[in-house]
Design a binder for this molecule. Structure first.
Ligand code: BTN
Length: 244
């Protein structure tokens, strides 16, 4: 198995690092493991068609390209878990803060969002060829207006070198991908459920236009959220969201 490259392309400004990384994949120019980092994104994209807005130069806006031909399409949520756990691990290394993963993959410190993840896949028939793993991690930004967000700098009162943070995250992510290749998925799932935001606690869950109270129990292998109130229920990805 060829190693994962540590190459990082650094851009001053780009529409979206995910778009740039996907362009490399489509042109056949992508190397397994490589990253695309941007100081500024003009159209940063979030999950479910949302925008990702970030202070230029202050934060991590990065996409890692991973060849996935070795994996089964059924394992897509394992990759999502591996990525959120990698970001959580990095944050714990930098800040000693208590970190949680809010289903499906927001990374949370002190009830505020520190990082968001957007994974886009290239699939041919039943073959999962590539994953472009976009990560927005708030590093040195101090003000977020009325958005419930935080950063490493707010949590630690320190400034970080964003390039160093990008390299550290690449190392951690590559290690977790190697663990996935070794079939350590049950370890991943255990760690994910241990870090799950509000696990065994009452939350407000939004499903369509309805918001109701329920208790978060855990997440299934294919990424469904398990909750318990009058009924035990499972929620498909993107059909429900936990309110802060
Ligand atoms: C979310 O929380 O909705 C996901 C946000 C993902 C943002 C990152 S920043 C780097 C990469 N490029 C993008 O356009 N989006 C992701």
């Amino acid at each position: 198995m060829a190693g994962l490259t540590k190459k990082i392309i650094i851009l001053n400004s780009v529409d979206s690092t995910n778009n740039y990384a996907m362009g490399l994949v489509k042109k056949g120019e992508a190397a397994d493991g490589q990253a695309v980092f941007a100081m500024e994104q003009t159209i940063g994209r979030g999950r479910q068609g949302r925008h990702w807005i970030s202070e230029p130069g202050a934060n991590l806006q990065i996409s890692y390209i991973i060849s996935m031909e070795w994996a089964s399409m059924r394992d897509q949520f394992f990759l999502s878990m591996a990525v959120s756990l990698s970001v959580a691990e990095l944050i714990m290394h930098c800040s000693k803060s208590e970190v949680f993963v809010k289903w499906p993959n927001d990374v949370i410190i002190n009830d505020k969002k520190a990082a968001g993840i957007l994974i886009e896949n290239v699939i041919h028939g039943s073959l999962w060829q590539w994953a472009v793993i976009g990560i927005g991690l708030n590093v040195n930004q101090k003000k977020f207006g009325n958005i419930k967000a935080t950063s490493l700098a707010i949590e630690t009162q320190k400034e970080f070198d964003v390039f160093e943070v990008a390299r550290q995250l690449q190392t951690i992510l590559h290690q977790n991908i190697r663990d996935m290749k070794k079939g350590l998925n049950s370890k991943l799932m255990k760690s994910y459920n241990q870090m799950l935001y509000k696990r065994n606690q009452k939350v407000k869950l939004k499903v369509g236009n309805r918001v109701f109270e329920t208790v978060v129990i855990g997440v299934t292998e294919d990424g469904r959220l398990k909750t318990q109130d009058v009924f035990e229920q499972e929620w498909d990805l993107d059909t429900a969201s936990i309110r802060y």
